[in-house]
Design a binder for this molecule. Structure first.
Ligand SMILES: [Zn+2]
Length: 304
C-alpha cells in the first residue's frame, strides 16, 4: 500500500473544548515521508510532530508538544487520518487547542472525502507488532493487550462500576470496516455526575458539551434538572428511556464504546505510522492509551 495525502486543503473553525478559545485550523496536503505535522501559526509556525514521546498531557484529551510548543486535543483529527489512511498532512492552527466541532470525527471525514485523498509515489511504512504486548494500569484496572496481526483490528470494552448501561459495553473495528460510517460519527460522552462536578467548578460551558452523550448516573430530581436545563440552554431537557439525557439522539446503541475506538485509533497514531496488530482495550482512556504506546516502543523499539 502506498502513502496518501489530501488533494486540497480543508479549513475548520470552532472552539477548543477545554480552553474555549476560537481557533482556525487548515489541514493541507504534505509530501511523502513528511508524516502528520502540526504548526502553531500564532507562535511563528513552530512544528509539533507525532512521536510516542511527544505526549504532553492526557487530562481528558491528548496534548502533544515539541519543545515549548503544545497542541491540545489532537485525538479526533488523528483518528480521522488513521481511519481514512492519510499518512501525510500539514495542520496549521492559530490557537493551542483544536476545534471540538460536534465531538466526533464526522466533520473531518466529510471534509477530507470532499477534498479527495491522493495516492503518493512512496510505500507506506507500518508499525508492525512483532510479538505479544500487554499494558496494565493497576490504579484503574485498564488493560491494553496486543497480538500480532497482518492488519489493524480493535475491540474495546467500556466499563464503569455504577451506570448499568456502561458496564461492559463493547465495540469492534477492523481496518476493512467503514470507518466513515461506523466510527467517525460517534460522539464523546460523559457521566452526569462529572458534568455537575465540572459545572460547579466552572470548568465547562453548556455550549461546549451540547453535542456530547450524557449518561444519567445519578438521581435526576426537579432541582437538578432545572439547573441542567439552564446550563445547556435546552428548556425541554429530560432523561430519555434509555438512560441518557435527551440533549442528543444516539447514532448507535453502543455509541460510547465506538467513540472509545475512535479515540484509541487517534492515540495509536502517536506511533507516527499505522499500526498492524490486534488490539484489545479494556477501559481505555487517553492516559492509558498514551502510556501503552510508550511502553510498546520501549519493548519493541524496532517497530519505528
Ligand atoms: Zn474523544
Amino acid at each position: 500500500m502506498n502513502q496518501h495525502t489530501l488533494k486540497s486543503a480543508c479549513v475548520f473553525k470552532g472552539k477548543g473544548l477545554h480552553g474555549g478559545l476560537p481557533v482556525t485550523m487548515t489541514v493541507e496536503p504534505a509530501g511523502p515521508g513528511e508524516g502528520i505535522v502540526f504548526y502553531r501559526t500564532d507562535l511563528g509556525g513552530a512544528p509539533v510532530r507525532l512521536a510516542p514521546s511527544s505526549v504532553a498531557s492526557t487530562d481528558r484529551s491528548t496534548a502533544i508538544a515539541e519543545g515549548e510548543t503544545k497542541v491540545v486535543t489532537v485525538e479526533h483529527l488523528l483518528s480521522a487520518f488513521s481511519g481514512l489512511g492519510i499518512d501525510n498532512a500539514a495542520v496549521r492552527l492559530d490557537a493551542p487547542e483544536l476545534p471540538i466541532l460536534d465531538g466526533s470525527a464526522a466533520m473531518y471525514v466529510k471534509a477530507f472525502q470532499q477534498a479527495g485523498i491522493a495516492e503518493q509515489d512512496a510505500q507506506r511504512r507500518y508499525a508492525v507488532l512483532p510479538g505479544p504486548f500487554e499494558y496494565r494500569d493497576e490504579a484503574t484496572g485498564s488493560l491494553i493487550r496486543m497480538t500480532p496481526c497482518d492488519r489493524f483490528e480493535a475491540e474495546v470494552t467500556v466499563h464503569y462500576e455504577h451506570p448499568a448501561l456502561l458496564r461492559d459495553m463493547k465495540a469492534g473495528y477492523v481496518c476493512s470496516d467503514d470507518y466513515a460510517g461506523e466510527i467517525a460519527p460517534c460522539r464523546t460522552f460523559c457521566l452526569l455526575s462529572e458534568v455537575e462536578f465540572l459545572m460547579q467548578r466552572g470548568l465547562i460551558r453548556g455550549g461546549d458539551i451540547r453535542g456530547a452523550l450524557v449518561v444519567v448516573d445519578c438521581e435526576l430530581d426537579a432541582q437538578r434538572l432545572a439547573r441542567l436545563q439552564e446550563f445547556f440552554g435546552i428548556p425541554t431537557l429530560k432523561a430519555s428511556q434509555n438512560g441518557y439525557l435527551d440533549n442528543v439522539e444516539l447514532h448507535f446503541t453502543n455509541e460510547c464504546a465506538r467513540h472509545k475506538i475512535l479515540d484509541l485509533m487517534g492515540d495509536l497514531l502517536l506511533l507516527s505510522r499505522p499500526l498492524k496488530a490486534r488490539v484489545e482495550a479494556f477501559k481505555p482512556g487517553h492516559r492509558v492509551n498514551a502510556a501503552a504506546v510508550r511502553a510498546l516502543v520501549r519493548q519493541y523499539p524496532q517497530m519505528l
